[in-house]
Ligand binder design. Structure first.
Ligand code: HEC
Length: 174
């Protein structure tokens, strides 16, 4: 009797787990990587901007859910860092080098930037400038008492105003 009860409980647990994990498994692991150069699936191929590191993100971030979990998103750079840590906690697997590639790719290409609070590293990644220029932007920001508008940011040393304008949708001023 007690053996039967245990068996029943196990069956129910297995079913529950199957439902929970089935949701992820159905979303084609490694789809985008394998689809390279072949036809389709267009949705995954076009989901992420073409930039260095995309293939690693497509490989590591599609084993449990689709790339549609990644875009579109209004997550800021620190929120993305936390989200990536959360995925590692869920069991996402990559080498340390790949984690850096993934984090840099996501921040450079997807993250929103709180311009008045962001670290030099995140400013560099989002604005696509080197560390020295990013630090110059932060020094200028501190001297000015922050950036209130995109026009303020465009006056920072060594930034190309047109490049800043192109990123407008991802820049947060407050
Ligand atoms: C081991 C499985 C697994 C892997 C691999 C994985 N995720 Fe997730 N991801 C999850 C689970 C579980 C959730 C939460 C499910 C839900 O909210 O529907 C989630 C949710 C998310 C969300 C939504 C979070 C939110 O706050 O709503 C984002 C964004 C995300 N993942 C990004 C990524 C990125 C980027 C990668 C690659 C680094 C990745 N995931 C790899 C399991 C995984």
């Amino acid at each position: 009797m007690s053996v039967n009860m245990t068996a029943m409980r196990m069956t129910r647990l297995t079913t529950t787990l199957a439902i929970v994990f089935g949701t992820f498994v159905s979303l084609s692991p490694f789809g985008a990587t394998h689809a390279r150069g072949v036809a389709s699936p267009a949705r995954q191929d076009s989901a992420l901007p073409d930039a260095p590191g995309r293939a690693v993100v497509e490989k590591v971030c599609t084993t449990c859910h689709g790339l549609d979990y990644l875009v579109p998103s209004e997550r800021t750079a620190p929120v993305w860092r936390d989200t990536i840590d959360l995925m590692r906690g869920y069991g996402a697997e990559a080498t340390d080098e790949q984690w850096k590639t993934i984090t840099d790719y996501i921040i450079a290409n997807l993250a929103h930037l709180s311009v008045s609070k962001a670290t030099p590293e995140d400013i560099g990644l989002v604005l696509g400038v080197d560390e020295k220029i990013a630090q110059g932007v932060v020094a200028y920001r501190d001297k000015q008492g922050g950036f209130k508008t995109i026009e303020d940011l465009k006056k920072a040393p060594d930034l190309e105003p047109a490049k800043v304008d192109a990123l407008k949708a991802r820049l947060i001023f407050e």
